[in-house]
Design a protein around this ligand. Structure first.
Ligand code: FAD
Ligand code: FES
Length: 250
């Protein structure tokens, strides 16, 4: 377990904070760490900031994430990692699609050639839409409080997929499913970062498996072709007790 002092906590909204800490370990966009909050639990969180001072951006969701965003500068952060397969680096124009807290792990990919689709339930839930080059972000909210009223996939209207060399996406599984259905026959290269319950983070417990792939070691990033061949993607997932539940409307 690594133990690092927190150097900064930046509150981004009522329920979301970026926690910065010193850690000179090499890590790449798309990788995650398992963060242990004593008394609350251990959860997977993507690295939102790389370099010698790393960062994670956490949205309060349940017991452990809520305890994590209450951390203050000078306190200790306990974690292990980095884990997981990073996004493949592709030169050229990137289309980056992030839904909710899914934007956190995509932040290190943004450069001057990127265009973003940033989606959230409501304006106050938008994350990192201000980090894209001016005029190169499409904002989408469920309630229309900012940008287009609709879902992330609606942000693709008006964009030409052939203008991009790669699409990177992360967000709720049903969001990723609708994007997969929209782009799968376009021939564009794409990678999605998936989420599943993770307990060990190192390929032992199988709680993160999807169609026989373990997300923590083989993912969490997968190519469009790999995801298109997963029968469980967008259909079912395992709960913390290992029970299989249906996603979406069935
Ligand atoms: C690879 C990966 C990277 C992640 N990166 C980030 C990040 O950068 N920022 C961020 O805010 N969150 C991220 N998450 C999500 C984060 O791990 C969960 O929000 C967290 O585990 C919730 O734990 P909790 O104790 O706060 O909530 P709990 O009290 O454990 O959970 C509340 C509810 O959420 C469900 N749940 C818990 N974890 C997950 C999960 N992983 N997938 C689906 N449902 C779940 C539980 O079954 C329960 O119903 C990531 C998840 C993964 C797998
Ligand atoms: S989290 Fe245990 S095998 Fe992936």
């Amino acid at each position: 377990m690594i133990n690092s002092r927190i150097t900064e906590v930046e509150k981004l909204s009522q329920n979301t904070s970026t926690i910065r800490f010193k850690w000179d370990q090499h890590a790449e966009a798309g990788q995650f760490i398992m963060v242990w909050v004593p008394g609350a639990g251990e959860i997977p969180i993507s690295l939102s900031h790389l370099g010698n001072e790393k960062g994670i951006t956490v949205r309060s969701y349940g017991v452990a994430s809520e305890a994590l965003i209450k951390k203050r500068e000078g306190e200790r952060l306990f974690f292990r990692g980095p884990y997981g397969r990073p996004f493949t680096k592709v030169e050229g124009r990137k289309l980056i699609i992030g839904g909710g807290s899914g934007m956190a792990g995509l932040l290190p990919l943004i450069d001057e050639k990127s265009h973003g689709i940033v989606a959230a339930r409501t304006k106050s839930d938008l994350l990192f839409h201000d980090r894209f080059p001016r005029g190169h972000v499409t904002v989408v909210t469920d309630d229309g409080s900012a940008g287009i009223k609709g879902l992330a996939v609606d942000g693709l209207k008006g964009l030409r997929l052939e203008d991009f060399d790669v699409i990177y996406a992360c967000g709720p599984e049903m969001m990723l499913k609708s994007i997969l259905d929209r782009i799968r026959d376009s021939g564009v290269r794409a990678e999605f970062s998936l989420e599943r319950i993770m307990k060990c983070g190192i390929g032992i417990c199988d709680s993160c498996s999807i169609d026989g792939h373990q997300l923590c070691t083989e993912g969490p990033t997968f190519s469009l072709e790999e995801i298109a061949s997963m029968r469980e993607f967008g259909v079912t997932r395992l709960t913390e007790s290992g029970r299989r539940i249906w996603l979406g409307k069935h």
